[in-house]
Design a protein around this ligand. Structure first.
Ligand code: CTP
Ligand SMILES: C[C@](O)(CO)[C@H](O)COP(=O)(O)O
Length: 241
């Protein structure tokens, strides 16, 4: 259990892992800088997070040799926008290093950290607010996720079906994932570099994070075709607003 310091209300910080290479995307460089609806993907992500008023600051964690962010996001760094060039070779390492950077910037163990993939650029402020509302008074924290809608197949040899897996009660994890800094840091240290999301690390310590309904549109741009889909969705949004 994280003890709250007397008189100090927990703050919420966003931590955006942005140090991947995008190997599955087919892009020539890191996919977070690929243009989507006329802007680099990460610009959409950070614009949405900037509209979440309960976030005290957003920390973007870049690869140590990143030379693109400052060009595509001039003026991002300031009171509510922080950058740390300490990304690792896996997402979990990037997030763990980002937590150290948050501590160096004054975040406390009882503060909440909302980890959100740079690659989920269709996130909306209202969905982040939904997660904060659901988790703020929770002991552990939680994540946006969606109940699995398709029938699930387990792969056997040569892409043949080995079994059909019961989809009942199964959810696909999205981000943001929201945990106290003082729980998430030791959870990631315990889980190691290969863990694919924050929730699994927290679960491995015996906790049961809260599942908060996400949105289909909050998908992660992973494969080449995802970029055209995101482009179409963003175009529809700008016509509506
Ligand atoms: N070493 C890494 C790997 C991933 N990420 C970030 O984690 C998010 C989700 O990861 P994923 O979609 O897997 O991104 P990539 O690792 O870039 O893609 P791929 O696995 O296809 O190489 C992305 O915002 C990505 O930049 C990161 O910060 N550091
Ligand atoms: C964190 C995540 O986006 C939740 O679905 C996902 O686990 C990231 O996985 P990846 O293999 O790094 O894309």
């Amino acid at each position: 259990m994280i003890i709250e310091a007397a008189g100090s209300k927990p703050r919420c910080y966003a931590l955006v892992p942005c140090a991947g290479v995008g190997a599955r995307s087919g892009a020539a460089g890191p996919k977070q800088y690929e243009p989507v609806a006329d802007r680099p993907m990460v610009a959409h992500t950070l614009e949405a997070l900037g509209q979440v008023h309960r976030l005290a600051a957003t920390l973007v964690v870049l690869a140590p040799d990143d030379d693109r962010f400052d060009t595509v996001m001039p003026g991002f760094e300031g009171e509510r926008g922080w950058v740390a060039r300490c990304g690792g070779s896996t997402r979990a390492e990037t997030v763990a290093q980002g937590l150290v950077a948050l501590r160096e910037r004054g975040a406390q163990p009882h503060d909440w950290v909302l980890v959100h993939d740079a690659a989920r650029c269709l996130i909306r402020a209202e969905w982040v607010d939904r997660l904060i509302d659901a988790c703020m008074d929770d002991e552990v924290g939680g994540l946006l996720a969606l109940p699995v809608a398709d029938t699930l197949k387990a792969q056997g040899l040569d892409t043949r079906v080995a079994a059909t897996v019961d989809r009942n009660g199964k959810w696909a994890a999205q981000t943001p994932q929201m945990f106290r800094l003082g729980l998430l840091a030791p959870a990631l240290a315990h889980a190691g570099a290969g863990v694919t999301d924050e929730s699994s690390a927290v679960e491995a310590l015996g906790h049961e994070p809260r599942l908060v309904r996400g949105e289909w549109e909050n998908f992660k741009l992973t494969w080449p075709g995802d970029f055209q889909l995101a482009e179409r969705l963003l175009a529809t949004r700008s016509k509506l607003t």
